[in-house]
Structures are given as structure tokens and as C-alpha cells.
Design a protein around this ligand. Sequence first.
Ligand SMILES: Cc1cc2nc3c(=O)[nH]c(=O)nc-3n(C[C@H](O)[C@H](O)[C@H](O)COP(=O)(O)OP(=O)(O)OC[C@H]3O[C@@H](n4cnc5c(N)ncnc54)[C@H](O)[C@@H]3O)c2cc1C
Length: 386
Amino acid sequence: MDFSIPEDLRAMVETVRRFVKQDLEPISQQVEDEDHIPEDVVQTMRELGLFGLAIPAEFGGLEVGTLGECLVYEELSKTNACFRTRIGTNNGIGSQGIVIDGTPEQKESYLPKLASGEWIACFALTEPEAGSDAANIQTTAVRQGDHWVLNGRKHFITNGNISDLATVFAVTDKQKRAKGGITAFLVEKGSPGFSVGTIERKMGMRGSHTCELIMDDCQIPLENVVGGEAMVGQGFKTAMKTLDKGRLTMGASAVGSAQKLLELSLEYAQQRVQFGKPIAEFQSIQNMLADMATQIYAGRQMLYHAAWLRDQKGTAVVKEAAMVKLFCTGMANRVADMAVQIHGGMGYMKDFPVERFYRDLRLTRIYEGTDEIQRLVIARELLKEG
Ligand SMILES: Cc1cc2nc3c(=O)[nH]c(=O)nc-3n(C[C@H](O)[C@H](O)[C@H](O)COP(=O)(O)OP(=O)(O)OC[C@H]3O[C@@H](n4cnc5c(N)ncnc54)[C@H](O)[C@@H]3O)c2cc1C
């Protein structure tokens, strides 16, 4: 067993750590209050190559591998979660359909723009009637002459309002649905009949927007089927393959935020005095600190192992990725709860970042597959193994 992190990845993590400390953390509260990330910060993200972490080098990305991506997300998630989400869709659900299943022309045309951050991409699967049951989507696509016509409504789409490109999933064969009847389409901003609907008001994740996307007789060129003509009907598989990596990067974000919460709690516990001594001297507080550190340690080990495994195999690690998402996001939510408890009333105040982490982390147990769906995936894989 070799537990060391390669030198090049360590250097990259160091750069991101500096960026977080010098550029992101100082504006974290401002972004929270204004619900907006300033453009100069987004420009620095572009210059650091953060939009292209998971995009192959031949298309201008950094291609850092799954472990590298997880390490970067871990660092980025020590500050306001919206910063990670800004680059997240370009590296994850917004680009991976093209990376995994796109035609050479689609890769050539879109990936360089996504890697540089010139374009933002999003992933539009969820609909009002189809969340966990994604195969029940109602959006349709019908071939008419030299284009496809899409009709339907997606909701809860991260970065949908700022995206130049959306991977939209639509039913092309109602009988077959997930088994050959759902197709993935590349829909560019400005396509006829394509518009942004309501932007949701959320519990947290300020600075990152989630919205509806509406297709009303939306016309898409035939060549914009992800993977081309041969992939008509294969979109559900593309969606599932895309979500697999996201389960690991979501775990990484959870580990990063949990680590930051531990650091904040250690600091607070040593300076807050009650009954004439720092609260860190009370055994109940020490128990929480010890539990936080232990759970983070466990989460980080399984995350790194699963990321390493995926890099070794070069393919999805379905069971391990679902386990990482389930455990690490649950762990981070438990850590956030303890962090609020250690901070007492201050933990409930917006002046302290633990309050924000507590709200933002709640989402990680819901999107890209809820806890319950991760358990279904894990159990299905176990039963397959026999
Ligand atoms: C802020 C935010 C951003 C998002 N971003 C995107 C995005 O960019 N693109 C996108 O396509 N989607 C996105 N989503 C959608 C997200 O993936 C879904 O919300 C999630 O998959 C759950 O679907 P649902 O909300 O419809 O809940 P439901 O599916 O209605 O689930 C409700 C409850 O029932 C449980 N449940 C459902 N089915 C089962 C079952 N078979 N067994 C046991 N329990 C079950 C669930 O686990 C949950 O507890 C986002 C959501 C949010 C909140």
C-alpha cells in the first residue's frame, strides 16, 4: 500500500489552498450576502484552469484524474460552497456526457470552451415528476426533417441560468424509456424555443443558482445528439455514467467542508470561556471534537481509496462511489451539527460561517442522488455480486 499523494497533485492542492485563503475566503460573506460571485474571481478560476480539471488535456483541460479532482474539491469546499459549484458543472455533470460518449466533433467543438471556462455547461435531467425516478421524465424529442424538436420542462438545474450549453435528456421512445428510449441532446443557449424559467429560492448555496429550463418546440440540429445517431435511445446510460463520478467529487466536497468545520470548532472551543475555563476543557466538547476528527478520517480514507480505484480501473466504481457519497455527506452533516453545538448560540448566527456550512451541506444528501438512492445502488451491486 502506498498512501502518498503524487508530487504534482500536492503542488496543485497548494495552489488551490492559496487561492482559497487569499481570494475566496475574504469575499465568502460578501458572496453570501449578494448571492453573486464577482467576475474577477471567476476570471482567476479560469486562469488557474479550474474549469477544466476533468477535461482531457488534448481539449485544453488539466486532466488531473479522479483523485486530483477530489483533492481540489476538498480544498475549495473549505470556503463558501458556491465557488465549487461554479466550476463543478463544467468538470462534472455538464461536460462528462461529452467526455464519455460524445462524438469526436462534439468533443472538438465544446470541450475546449468548457475547459477554459469561456462557456458554462449544465445537466438537465430532473423534472417536476421525475427526480429519483429519473426514467419517468416527460420531456419529449421528435425528429422532424433535419432537426429534433424538444418539448418539456426541467427543474432544479444548477447553473442553468448562466449556461451556454445544456445536456438535456428527453424521451424518444415512450415504450422503451430507460431501456433504449431516452436520448441526450446538446442544447445551446439561444436555440429556438429554449428558455430559462423560474430561478428557485433555496435554503442555502447562495451564489449558486438553480432554475427551470423550458423547451417549447425547441429545435436542435440532428448532430447534437450526444454520441451522434448511433446513440439515439442511449441517453439514460450516459446520464448514469455521468453521475457516477459526481458521487466521488460530492464526497470530496463533504470531507473538505467537514475538515473546515473541525478547524473552526477547535479554534472556538479553545477561546470561548465558560465557568472560568475554555470550553475545550469540558469532556463533552472533547468528545464531539474527537468524533468529528474520527469520522472525517474515515470518510477521507474511503474517498481517496475509491478515487484511486477509479483512476486505476479507468471506469466507474459504482458501489464504492455510492458508498462514498452516502457516508461522506452524512458524516459532514453530523459534523456540521456538532460544530453548531460547540459554537452554542453563535453557531446559529449568520456572523459565523458554521451556520452557512450547516445549511449548504444539507443539500449534499439530496442532489445527484439522495441517501436512499445511494443505498439502493449499493444493495443492487451487492446482490449482483451474489
Ligand atoms: C439545489 C439543487 C440542485 C440540483 N441540481 C440539479 C442539476 O443540475 N441537474 C439535475 O438534473 N437535477 C438537479 N437537482 C435535482 C436532484 O438531483 C433531485 O432533487 C434529487 O435527485 C431528488 O429528486 P426529488 O427532489 O424529485 O425528490 P424525490 O425523488 O421526490 O424524493 C423524495 C424522497 O423520497 C425518497 N425516495 C424516492 N424514491 C425512493 C425509492 N425508490 N426508495 C426509497 N426512497 C425513495 C427520496 O430519497 C427522498 O427522500 C438539484 C436539486 C437541488 C435541490
